[in-house]
Design a protein around this ligand. Structure first.
Ligand SMILES: Nc1nc2c(c(=O)[nH]1)N=C([C@H](O)[C@H](O)COP(=O)(O)OP(=O)(O)OP(=O)(O)O)CN2
Ligand SMILES: [Zn+2]
Length: 110
């Protein structure tokens, strides 16, 4: 089994729609650190699982320096972002989204 890991930093803003009062309901920003894991039993014709550049194009170009509430069709929690990222990338099975030091969400496909 081959595994590749790509780590990206996304500077962006968001606010959360929550069922309780929270400072996170106001617009604010984070430098999200997103780690993306892809795996495959065999490599493609280029000798890769998934091209690191493709991962950057699909995620960084779409989210960096954006208001995530305007880009993503769901409440942009770290958990939801992790699942969305996983769904965008060929052969992705695990995504770690670090919102700030000590605050990390992980999504893993079964
Ligand atoms: N399970 C989750 N909890 C929270 C999320 C999330 O995505 N998943 N997100 C937020 C907000 O984005 C908020 O901006 C986080 O604020 P932050 O100050 O970084 O975190 P804390 O309130 O825990 O404060 P620390 O001082 O960093 O511990 C909130 N929760
Ligand atoms: Zn936040």
């Amino acid at each position: 089994m081959y595994i590749v890991k790509k780590t990206l930093e996304i500077s962006a803003s968001h606010h959360l729609n929550l069922s309780y009062e929270s400072k996170c309901s106001s617009l604010h920003g984070h430098n999200w650190i997103i780690s993306i894991f892809c795996r495959a039993e065999t490599l493609n014709q280029d000798g890769m699982v998934t091209d690191f550049s493709l991962i950057k194009k699909l995620i960084h170009e779409k989210l960096d320096h954006k208001n995530l509430n305007e880009i993503l069709p769901f409440n942009p929690t770290a958990e939801n972002i992790a699942r969305w990222v996983c769904d965008q990338i060929p052969f992705c099975f695990r995504v770690e989204v670090q919102e700030s030091e000590g605050n990390i969400a992980i999504y893993e496909k079964d």
